[in-house]
Write a protein that binds this ligand. Structure first.
Ligand SMILES: Cc1cc2nc3c(=O)[nH]c(=O)nc-3n(C[C@H](O)[C@H](O)[C@H](O)COP(=O)(O)OP(=O)(O)OC[C@H]3O[C@@H](n4cnc5c(N)ncnc54)[C@H](O)[C@@H]3O)c2cc1C
Length: 365
């Protein structure tokens, strides 16, 4: 049998591509090396549904985030996935940050995000404990239960007769006339055939691209690992919405977030690492305290407890500016039927359904 499509990676992105393509009637096989879906980046993030405020207008990040935001809320409603549209304040804690806040507001408006500027008085009336010079409010931002999202995507794929093959590692691929010969291992070596191959393997995208023998290495970007820690907070707090300090080129800052049970958490920070090492470095706590005290001076450091870490798959090196999602197809690299995804960092959860339809359209072209 020749599958219409094989996808490497059952994270939210690979699964969303499989959902879109199986809905179009394609026979789909998803290869996942772990024992269940979503064990990579998709299980170690903030779970925030972003509104598409920060990304350069016209970038895939901006377009797919704005589209994906709406699609994700609709899908969550349809599938009964826990999610809450709790809104987000982007805050300037010093007067000298107000110009930057205004720039981000203009950027968000250009991208099509709905935003309201709030004066210092309006904010402190709601949040008297916070030290703020100004803020803007994004009502479209929220949080979602990512494991529930993954289960819903799996259900849709299986309903459309797609196959998710767990414990199955992609080893290599070779383009033959009209299909790829794909070597896998599930304890034993075996080959499958597919007309289209999508590499959606997150942190391993560079390693796996190298094993697609027909792809010229100049189209394979090095992936840099940027680790982020999260602390949970055990005491009372004044927050009911997400709070984001001003973002820089590399991350969105140590922000206030929640899981679906309402547990308050702070993070992620950013630390460039060489290996996929998920150990928690408690020495980063001082940096968290300093960052949080900038906007919440009465936060009690004793109530901050280490929670978890996540690793971003960046395709820019530590000193370079943010790069866009990289989705290369045959018109870019010349290999018919190959779609290679790299640098699918935030807002990858928000954008996943839009990424799914984007890749499905690229396959149909
Ligand atoms: C700290 C952090 C915070 C974030 N916060 C947010 C947020 O709040 N909102 C948001 O929208 N986005 C956020 N993101 C981004 C989002 O989590 C990712 O963009 C998204 O989860 C990427 O999904 P994926 O499917 O591309 O990758 P993954 O979930 O990593 O899936 C890739 C899969 O490929 C599998 N794989 C790899 N190699 C092989 C192989 N050889 N054979 C078979 N399988 C293989 C892996 O096991 C893995 O399951 C955050 C990311 C991080 C790191």
């Amino acid at each position: 049998m020749i599958f219409d499509l094989a996808i490497i990676g059952a994270g939210v992105v690979g699964l969303s591509i499989a959902k879109s393509c199986s809905e179009l009637g394609m026979s789909v096989l998803v290869l996942e090396q772990e024992t269940r879906s979503g064990e990579g980046i998709s299980s170690r993030n903030s779970g925030v549904i972003h509104a598409g405020i920060f990304y350069p207008t016209g970038s895939l990040k901006s377009k797919l985030c704005v589209e994906g935001n709406e699609m994700l809320y609709e899908y969550a409603l349809l599938k009964n996935i826990s999610c809450k549209k709790i809104g987000k304040y982007v805050v300037a804690s010093e007067d000298q940050e107000l110009d930057k806040l205004r720039q981000i507001y203009n950027q968000g408006n250009l991208n099509g995000a709905t935003l309201t500027m709030c004066s210092k008085d309006e904010i402190t009336a709601f949040h008297p404990d916070l030290r703020l010079a100004g803020a803007m409010y994004s009502p479209q931002s929220g949080i979602i239960d990512v494991p529930e999202l993954i289960t819903a995507l799996e259900g849709d794929i299986q309903h459309n007769k797609g196959i998710i093959s767990l414990n199955t590692k992609f080893i290599s691929a070779e383009k033959l006339n009209d299909h790829f010969k794909i070597s896998c291992n599930d304890g034993n070596d075996f080959d499958i055939k597919a007309k289209v191959l999508v590499n959606s393997s997150g942190l391993a995208s560079e390693v796996n691209s190298r094993k697609i023998h027909s792809l010229d290495s100049k189209y394979n970007y090095p992936v840099f690992f940027a680790k982020g820690h999260y602390f949970k907070y055990s005491g009372n707090h004044p927050f009911s919405s997400l709070i984001y300090p001003l973002a820089d080129e590399f991350s969105q800052g140590i922000h206030v977030g929640f899981d679906m049970s309402g547990q308050l958490k702070f993070g992620p920070d950013i630390n460039w690492v060489d290996d996929l090492d998920y150990s928690f470095d408690e020495s980063v706590k001082d940096n968290f305290i300093k960052s949080i005290h900038k906007y919440w001076p009465s936060m009690d450091p004793n109530k901050l407890q280490p929670d978890y870490v996540g690793i971003r798959p960046k395709i820019q090196s530590p000193n370079e500016k943010m790069r866009d999602f990289l989705i290369l197809d045959s018109k870019d690299h010349g290999v018919d039927g190959l779609i290679n995804l790299q640098g699918i960092e935030s807002p990858g959860v928000t954008s996943c359904l839009a990424l799914g339809t984007y890749v499905a359209s690229a396959i149909l072209r």
